[in-house]
Design a protein around this ligand. Structure first.
Ligand SMILES: [Zn+2]
Length: 267
């Protein structure tokens, strides 16, 4: 089918009218910003690993490029990442509602990941920024036992008339997750229904045991300084209300650093 310039313009106008109508109805209609042109869609450890996982499955191969270009053109709106579920509206020739169910990570698999990570995750910041050892990265990104969903765990639905296995709208949304993980990597854990703190607490509690056996006494030790679990200033984009806490945390950190300079660590 050939599209004339007028057809394309007419379609754009129709979409804009529909978007305006839905906004009036109360829908947010926030576009998911994605790098255009040849720039990489994702640049961080988690975003890249998500996209690599998608691209490793032949089942998806043929539909992925179209989805990528849809995303780059700013056609994905209102992406929601919830436990076991993704949803978004994608603008094609019309607005299509897309929902993708992603099975939660099997408990047994998560337990194995937690066990394999014991003592290897230095801090939440390290985990979320992907500053991890090669061995642990392998565990987390393993196609069978890692954190990313396999095709059999992904079920999708789109309101478009395309009956292919995976339409370009679903593919655009799946890629959108990769882009979102660049700024909100914790959403991967949300999506898979697991608590990333378990990786950390496991590591921390192992370290605590080690520490208490060697020093015999932990009283008075600044655990947040030792384990670097105070993330508030660097990583977590908090709502405006939390700003004061972030400021205070930063001041506290500066004070702690000064204090640490003055006297040598007691451990
Ligand atoms: Zn579709």
């Amino acid at each position: 089918m050939w599209w004339s310039y007028q057809d394309v313009e007419e379609q754009k106008k129709r979409l804009q009218r529909e978007i305006a109508k839905r906004k009036k109805r109360g829908d947010k209609f926030e576009v998911l910003p994605a790098p255009a042109g040849q720039k990489k869609l994702s640049t961080t450890f988690w975003g890249l690993a998500w996209c690599r996982n998608l691209e490793s499955y032949q089942d998806y191969e043929s539909r992925l490029p179209r989805g990528r270009s849809y995303l780059r053109q700013g056609k994905v709106y209102d992406l929601e990442i919830e436990p076991g579920k993704l949803s978004a509206v994608v603008a094609g020739s019309e607005l299509y509602d897309t929902s993708i169910v992603i099975q939660p990570l099997p408990k047994k698999q998560w337990k194995q990941i937690v066990t394999s990570s014991a003592g290897q995750v230095g801090s939440m910041l390290d985990l979320l920024t992907g500053k991890l050892g090669d061995g642990l990265m392998k565990v987390l990104t393993d196609p069978d036992g890692g954190l990313f969903p396999k095709p059999k765990e992904i079920h999708f639905n789109c309101s478009c008339p395309d009956h292919a296995d995976m339409c370009k709208h679903v593919s655009a949304v799946l890629y959108g997750v990769g882009v979102q993980l660049d700024t909100k990597p914790e959403l991967l854990f949300t999506l898979r229904g697991v608590d990333q703190a378990e990786l950390l607490s496991n590591a921390s509690s192992a370290a605590i045991t080690e520490l208490s056996t060697s020093s015999g006494d932990l009283a008075g030790a600044d655990l947040s300084a030792i384990f670097g679990i105070d993330l508030s200033a660097e990583m977590m984009p908090e709502p405006p209300v939390a700003k004061k806490t972030v400021k205070r945390a930063t001041k506290k950190k500066v004070a702690a650093k000064k204090a640490a300079k003055k006297k040598p660590k007691e451990i």
